[in-house]
Design a protein around this ligand. Structure first.
Ligand code: AMP
Length: 544
């Protein structure tokens, strides 16, 4: 027997329509590429999204077409998110940190019709101009006064909107229709596309807002440092308006001093981003010997949040919520918001829990499997490959049968490529990427564990561990360190002494090398692939 309830399609534009009515006081505050601060309410954004939809329709954009963006976090990018999906087209966010080759590949693969570009990224497009698909329409995200001096044919965003009607008859698209497209910057092979639907996006926003209410509530001022060009800024452009939170958009100014000032000036209560960003903020806090005064919560994910970083902020009164997810998961899969009973735990225990990646959000199921695909117990000890399923997880890659074939287990769960344990309280602990484990004499060594400990050494600014071949043990760990002071680098013995407090002797790195900077992927993670290339042919001291 069927329920007798109405069935309305879940549509992304409903979020902004709702926020415009229900949260009139909330704002989008943006640091603009033009150099100033811009403010608009959700009601104003909704009206401008309508104007933009009319303008795009005028350019010939139809339902199912792809409209690409190459832009920082800002109100115009936000308007594009809603106008494009609202009119039934697909918003394809492009990561400006991709290589030229990858960028051309995804523009071609996505079949983009229009490309909307922030002024900062105009030179990237100029350099690619000869190789861009014929007929791709280019829009500069600015007003007439700031239009780029360029040989290319740019449309002006503000001119496109001017004079258009401020309401739009948003079509009743199916909730399963595609709405957003984001390519993973996978470190091997071509990038793979995750094609989000209206339904998955709205559900993700709902799941997120009930999972992290300390950030997502009416009156909060959230700073998404995580970019809108990578996994929809972890869903914040959807979850914040839903919850009635204001969005404080940092544009391209992501250095410690700029972030600190923006937090202070705009009363930022919560900020979300990858660990690298918080290293910059941390240095600024130390330099000023002051905290951004309204800051209440940091959500850290994308890479493991190092425990010293968590402790630094917690000791200064900021709640740290460690989250994990993937592009393929919309992206948030787990969050570290502790339950009330856990808040009274002793500091050490709380920090140990927070160093884990948290519990699953509603709607995402987790399982860990052994090499034969058998599900392992969630006892905090068993370690296996992490699989996920749920309404916010991809069911396949966009137009990529080969990658799709390889990504799922026979029961239809998506393989994350992460190696993890799950404890009886449901806390996920990511031990490594499947390909990042070091296998020495048949036993696994976690490069993440080594890194997390070594990074706490006062002479270490940053570090990474890679496997290098060894004639006896197959592989051994090599520690690559960026010293805090190149004139006074740590010795391997000093690092070993520290590691020995937590690791077995056989797990210690055999050697240490110094570099000025670690190579990063387009999404700001350490590129182990590049690091392995740098050290290809490396011979360990005892391996000759
Ligand atoms: P991406 O699709 O670029 O967001 O990358 C997803 C991958 O980043 C995951 O599969 C993990 O390997 C890694 N990752 C994300 N969050 C965390 C975290 N909190 N701790 C450890 N690894 C993480």
């Amino acid at each position: 027997m069927q329920g007798t309830m109405m069935h309305m399609p879940l549509r992304i534009i409903e979020i902004l329509d709702y926020a415009a009515q229900a949260h009139p006081g909330a704002e989008i505050v943006s640091v603009r590429t033009e150099g100033d601060i811009h403010r608009e309410t959700y009601a104003q954004a909704y009206a401008r999204a309508a104007q933009l939809a009319h303008a795009l329709a005028g350019l010939g954009v139809k339902q199912g077409d792809r409209v690409a963006t190459l832009a920082w976090n800002g109100y115009r990018h936000f308007e594009l998110y809603y106008a494009v999906s609202g009119m039934g087209a697909i918003c394809h966010t492009i990561n400006p940190r991709l290589s030229a080759e990858q960028m051309l590949y995804i523009i071609e693969h996505a079949g983009d019709e229009v490309l909307c570009v922030d002024l900062t990224f105009v030179p990237i497009i100029e350099a690619l101009a000869d190789q861009l698909p014929k007929g791709l329409k280019l829009v500069a995200l600015t007003d007439r006064a700031h239009m780029p001096d360029s040989a290319l044919d740019w449309l002006c965003y503000e001119e496109m909107l001017a004079g258009q009607a401020q309401t739009f008859d948003w079509p009743q698209v199916s909730e399963d229709a595609a709405a957003g497209l984001c390519y993973t910057s996978g470190t091997t092979g071509h990038p793979k596309g995750a094609l989000y639907s209206h339904r998955s996006t709205v559900l993700h926003a709902l799941f997120l807002s009930i999972s992290v209410p300390r950030s997502l509530h009416e009156g909060s001022h959230i700073l998404p440092v995580v970019p809108m060009f990578h996994v929809n800024s972890w869903g914040l452009p959807y979850a914040a308006p839903l919850a009635g939170a204001s969005l404080i958009m940092p544009g391209g100014k992501l250095d410690g001093p700029s972030i600190f000032d923006l937090m202070e000036n705009e009363g930022v209560t919560a900020a979300w981003g990858v660990p690298t960003v918080w290293l910059g903020l941390r240095a600024e806090i130390e330099a000023r010997d002051a905290m951004p005064s309204a800051l209440d919560q940091l959500v850290i994910g994308g890479s493991a949040a190092p425990r010293p970083m968590i402790e630094f902020f917690e000791k200064r009164g900021v709640d740290v919520c460690h989250a994990w997810g993937m592009t393929e998961m919309s992206p948030v899969g787990t969050h570290g918001q502790l339950s009330k009973s856990m808040l009274d735990l002793p500091f050490e225990e709380r920090m140990a829990t927070k160093a884990k990646q948290g519990r699953r959000v509603f709607g995402v199921e987790l399982k860990i499997s052994d090499d034969n695909g058998r599900a392992l117990p969630q006892d905090g000890k068993s370690v296996g490959e992490l699989y996920v399923r749920g309404n916010t997880v991809i069911s396949g890659y966009f137009n990529n049968e080969d990658a799709t074939q390889a990504a799922f287990d026979p029961d239809g769960w998506f393989g994350t490529g992460d190696v993890a344990s799950i404890d009886p309280q449901g806390f996920l602990y990511i031990q490594d990427r499947a390909k990042d484990l070091i296998k020495s004499g048949g036993e696994w060594i976690s490069s993440l564990d080594l890194e997390n400990i070594a990074i706490a050494h006062p002479k270490v600014a940053n570090c990474a561990v890679i496997a290098v071949p060894h004639p006896k043990w197959d592989e051994r760990p090599l520690l690559v360190v960026v010293p805090r002071d190149a004139g006074d680098p740590p010795t391997l013995e000093e690092i070993h002494a520290m590691l020995l407090e937590h690791m077995a002797k056989w797990q210690l790195p055999d050697a240490m090398e110094f570099v000025e900077d670690l190579p990063l992927t387009a999404t700001g993670k350490v590129s182990k692939l590049t690091l392995r290339q740098w050290f290809a042919g490396y011979v360990l001291p005892d391996a000759g």
